[in-house]
Write a protein that binds this ligand. Structure first.
Ligand code: NAI
Length: 258
């Protein structure tokens, strides 16, 4: 006789993961594939995607790449329909792809930075959610996870487009969680802190260590895989009553005062 009723396996689920060519998206694609999911790896970077998919296949797991620019509304819909046709549905939507364009509020290029940031960091999420919904509605384990940021819980100078968009991701998550709750579709977001990925590559190692020493309870940057495990937890069938949350995965950065 089983001692518990709920499964901690995503085996057989189809996962649509954006930004899968690098950083947290690549780590999530590898983790989900190793857990037995069928991974649709989505990114604008075709070369990076091929590498990630080749690694997954070499490990005997299942993934396929779709090259997509998430600023292309029509492309999003077409890609989602193609993924569903290929794998026979979609169960897990991971809105992870992102960009960071620091811009002072009075800079000449501010409006452009603002528009581009909102396009990729939040408008694309609404489009992927709208286009996957018919498939999520047919799933036995429908889950949406949006990747926000600790920049949605605090702020950094010159980051107003990023912080405003990421704060919006938390609002979007809560609102859609309420809207889709009666259908059993859960919607959560993760707020990563300082993580070693393509986005933070250019920050010199000594600056990383100094930042972590001052600001992070665990005194270090995280590896991308440590965030991927948080995302996996939201996607488990056993996480069926967790919705509308914003989980910091930040080594204790947001709770550390001194
Ligand atoms: P990354 O730069 O390693 O990966 C981002 C991926 O998104 C890249 O593969 C890139 O090609 C893809 N992408 C960018 N624009 C795209 C577009 N128009 N269409 C399709 N794909 C596109 O960065 P990282 O850190 O793995 O970023 C993942 C998410 O985590 C992002 O939403 C980012 O804002 C967020 N984040 C990152 C933190 C960090 O410390 N690295 C901290 C908090 C949040």
């Amino acid at each position: 006789m089983a001692l518990t009723n709920l499964s901690r396996s995503i085996k057989g689920c189809v996962a649509f993961i954006t930004g899968a060519a690098s950083g947290m998206g690549a780590a999530t694609a590898k983790l989900f594939a190793s857990e037995g999911a069928k991974v649709a790896a989505i990114d604008i970077n075709a070369e990076g995607l091929q590498q990630v998919v080749a690694e997954i296949e070499a490990a005997g797991c299942e993934a396929k790449a779709w090259t997509l620019d998430l600023s292309d509304a029509q492309g999003i819909k077409q890609t989602i329909d193609a993924v569903a046709a290929h794998f026979g549905g979609i169960d897990l939507l991971i809105n992870n792809a992102g960009i960071s364009i620091p811009s002072p509020i009075d800079a000449d290029g501010f409006e452009e930075a603002w528009a581009k940031t909102f396009d990729i960091l939040i408008t694309a999420h609404t489009r992927t959610i709208r286009a996957t919904l018919p498939y999520l509605r047919k799933s036995n384990n429908p889950r949406i996870v949006n990747i926000a940021s600790t920049e949605a819980l605090g702020a950094t100078k010159y980051g107003s487009p990023y912080t405003a968009a990421k704060t919006g991701v938390i609002g979007l998550t809560r609102s859609i969680a309420v809207e889709l709750g009666s259908e059993g579709i859960t919607v959560n977001c993760i707020c990563p802190g300082p993580i070693r990925t393509g986005m933070t590559d250019a920050i010199p190692e000594d600056q990383k260590q100094e930042f972590a020493r001052r600001r992070v309870a665990l005194k270090r940057y995280a590896e991308a895989e440590e965030v991927a495990h948080g995302t996996l937890n939201f996607c488990l069938p056993s996480s069926s009553f967790i919705t509308g949350t914003a989980l910091p995965v930040d080594g204790g950065m947001t709770i550390k005062n001194a």
